[in-house]
Design a protein around this ligand. Structure first.
Ligand code: GUN
Ligand code: FE
Length: 454
């Protein structure tokens, strides 16, 4: 059994109204899980003896002044094969972007050497950006998809990974399409089995998912079969839901209902389902998703480019829905979940205030009361992301995995700077959410393992 002790000031958000700030907390980590978190002001004796024991055993790591522990960031929506086109072609409509840019790039992952190079670069970069857990879409290729899972395992990133199903021949190009529904299901089931059996994956650091890419890319037969695989294996489900006007209307035409209800008919809305985007949800769609305990992967930056609408985060939080943040690489041109938090704050503001300056303020508002706070955005990016994935992550508390970042506020020439004695702890936390950059993330731990360092 391996034990390590950390001492440092903790910021974490157990719920969207609460910031826990524990100066000089002592954290005992056993086999990757937080066993104890001792607040010196509450248990001075226990603190002193645990500190002494760790010092004697040589298993103590102590943060420097100006460094803080925060929970690792959770990215609920990443298209791993799109990494090489981050920051490209975002002025096109979604359907054109998919057909002319994205599908040709994703098709290249039949080349396993290309896949290895691209996926290694992606996983390392996300770890350096403080993303300790990612829900990944891979491509339709079984071998490269398993490779992505193996790279996450080797580099120590927690991940939910899925092979993407695309078997609708009228919507998918011939060069990037599953040959038949039966073959799509065979490959998807084999993927789940292979990820579960990966050597070294004994603690389920990497979990398999089934992925109907989105309803337009799938036949009824593959949707039904993927729902059956999800049930048989209890694995995660990832898909896109009511993202753009085009896609939302396509589903209404085909099924006479919205995505959430159509997916639910196929057994694809479960406690372990992540519905990316979900911008065009009705109130009934939101109630259904909440009832199933499924989650929304909120991708505000991508929504602004592709969806023509913004997911109403405030309403989802008020309904106590499960919701996490997503970069939607490469639908959003950033690898940073911190950046996504900032865009979510801005998008919620814009939804509240409106944008058309020619209208008087009272008529400009699109949806009053839509703003969210930096605390809420951080809660969505951490604890609520963990709840969304049904995993013990996103908090610094006993029973949770030690998936933790060290934020350093003393890096020279950084926009994150603290004027001692000027800021309250709440203000320091707010500054971190608004202005931490990758160079402020000096250490990334997953399950107690140091997986990235500056
Ligand atoms: N809908 C189907 N595929 C995709 C994709 O790759 N990105 C986005 N944003 N939406 C999609
Ligand atoms: Fe997406």
């Amino acid at each position: 059994m391996s034990t390590h002790t950390f001492v440092g000031t903790v910021f974490e958000t157990p719920d969207r109204h609460t910031l826990n700030h524990i100066p000089d907390a002592l954290i005992v980590v056993q086999n990757g899980t937080i066993q104890q978190l001792i607040d010196p002001t509450k248990d001075a004796t226990g603190y002193a003896s645990a500190l002494q024991a760790a010092e004697a055993a040589g298993t103590l790591t102590r943060l420097k002044k100006g460094q803080y522990f925060i929970p690792g960031l959770i990215d609920l929506h990443v298209h791993a094969p799109q990494w090489p086109q981050l920051g490209m072609a975002l002025d096109k409509p979604l359907e054109e972007w998919l057909q002319h840019y994205t599908f040709p790039l994703e098709a290249k992952y039949k080349d396993i050497e290309f896949a290895e190079k691209s996926y290694s670069s992606l996983v390392s970069t996300l770890l350096a950006n403080g993303t300790t857990t990612v829900a990944y879409f891979a491509s339709i290729h079984l071998e490269a998809s398993v490779l992505l899972a193996r790279i996450c395992l080797d580099k120590g990133q927690r991940a939910v990974v899925g092979r993407v199903t695309m078997d609708a021949t009228d919507q998918c190009p011939a060069y990037y399409c599953d040959p038949s529904p039966q073959e799509a299901l065979r490959l998807s089931e084999s993927f789940v089995q292979q990820v579960r059996a990966l050597p070294g994956n004994t603690k389920e650091l990497v979990l398999p998912a089934v992925i109907p890419r989105f309803i337009p890319s799938c036949t009824d037969e593959s949707l039904r079969g993927l729902g059956e695989i999800a049930k048989k294996y209890g694995c995660h489900v990832q898909t896109h839901c009511s993202e753009s006007d085009w896609e939302h209307n396509y589903v209404i035409d085909r099924f006479k209902k919205h995505d959430a209800f159509a997916l639910d008919d196929f057994g694809l809305v479960t406690r372990r389902t992540i519905l990316a985007h979900s911008n065009h949800l009705s109130h009934e769609d939101m109630e259904l998703i909440k009832e199933r305990g499924a989650a929304v992967g909120h991708c505000p930056l991508s929504n602004a480019y592709f969806a023509g609408a913004i997911f109403p985060l405030r309403k989802a939080l008020d309904m106590d829905m499960h919701v996490g943040m997503g970069t939607d690489i490469s639908g959003g041109p950033t690898a940073s979940v911190f950046e996504v938090c900032r865009y979510s704050l801005m998008c919620a503001r814009v939804l509240e205030s409106g944008t058309d300056a020619s209208l008087v303020a009272a008529r400009r508002s699109q949806r009053s009361g839509s703003h969210v706070s930096s605390l809420e955005a951080f809660f969505v990016a951490t604890a609520n992301g963990g709840i969304s994935l049904d995993l013990k992550i996103g908090r610094i508390a006993p029973g949770y995995f030690f998936d933790v970042l060290v934020i350093d506020t003393t890096i020279p020439n950084s926009s994150l700077m603290i004027f001692e004695d000027l800021e309250t702890p709440e203000e320091v936390f707010e500054k971190i959410v608004y202005s931490a950059a990758p160079h402020n993330i000096t250490h990334t731990y997953v399950s107690g393992r140091l997986v990235s360092q500056r």
